[in-house]
Write a protein that binds this ligand. Structure first.
Ligand code: NAD
Length: 260
């Protein structure tokens, strides 16, 4: 039997990057998936990619902005209607915002980052946990960041939102562990996804590759991470095998966050 056989898992931000890599691996491991994203075109492309590799994969696509509470309610209801239960939640959708010093940070961008990265994560938990309680089983993986355990220059709202995600993770783990609901967060470092490619463009618009190289120098592994390397950890955290690891914020960063 496959590790996630017939497990129903919701993945937000599933159209690309970390979400898509996890969707592919979960499909390979036998899960039934609800793929949520606000980019409809990319979501359709993601579906095609997954079905090309895993023709039998059962997929439900829901276009939704995770910062819209009604849309979140809807993706949860649509999942229960189609699959009758929810076993796993990869609470992944997030944005970086624009890079700027704290005191001059654009307020509208600041609020948008908080709305998506913090409120979006919370809305998902708010509507999915009651479904998991019905079966006294659940696996939740929230996506924080190294910015959820360390400061990152010029990214104040991102760092604030990701520290909040780390905090929410600890509380949810405390409150629902007794009901078979295991909650952890991952804290990825620089993983080469469209979001990080965009970040290097902000750092060095003329030569983003140079910014990437410079960044990788400081990593113990001398390279960036790959989405598939994060997905391997996530698949474990979404599985029954993850049974006593609860309330943790796990850095997946090649060891870089340990340096001083
Ligand atoms: P990405 O930009 O490559 O992909 C994010 C996906 O989420 C996109 O498909 C986008 O359309 C979707 N999305 C964004 N906001 C949404 C919203 N409001 N509603 C619905 N969908 C939305 O980003 P990524 O690098 O794959 O990042 C995924 C998560 O991982 C984010 O929470 C990010 O903060 C976190 N993260 C990424 C890295 C990294 O190095 N890539 C590091 C640390 C944390």
């Amino acid at each position: 039997m496959k590790q996630l056989q017939d497990r129903v898992i919701i993945i937000t931000g599933a159209a690309m990057g970390l979400g898509l890599a996890a969707a592919k691996l979960c499909a390979a491991k036998g899960a039934k998936l609800t793929l949520v994203d606000y980019n409809k075109v990319a979501l359709e492309q993601a579906k095609e990619e997954i079905q090309k590799d895993y023709p039998g994969a059962e997929l439900l696509l829901v276009e939704a902005d995770v910062s819209d509470e009604a849309a979140v309610k809807n993706y949860v209801a649509a999942t229960v209607k189609k699959f009758s239960k929810i076993d796993g939640f990869y609470n992944n959708a997030g944005i970086e915002g624009k890079q700027a010093e704290a005191a001059v940070y654009d307020l509208s961008v600041f609020k948008k980052v908080i709305d998506i990265n913090l409120m979006g994560v919370y809305y998902g938990l708010r509507y999915i946990i009651p479904e998991m309680q019905k079966n006294q089983y659940g696996r939740i993986v929230n996506v924080a960041s190294v910015g959820g355990i360390r400061g990152v220059l010029h990214q104040t709202p991102y760092v604030a939102s990701k520290h909040a995600v780390a905090g929410i993770t600890k509380n949810v783990a405390l409150e629902y562990g007794k009901e078979g609901i295991i909650t952890n967060a991952i804290a990825p470092g620089a993983i080469l996804t469209p979001m990080v490619a965009g970040s290097f463009k902000q750092v060095n618009p003329a030569n983003p590759e140079a910014a990437e190289k410079e960044f990788a120098q400081f990593n113990p592994t001398k390279r960036l991470g790959r989405p598939e390397e994060v997905a391997n950890v996530v698949a474990f955290l979404l599985s029954e095998d993850c049974s006593y690891l609860n309330g943790q914020v796990i850095a997946i960063d090649g060891g870089q966050s340990n340096t001083y």
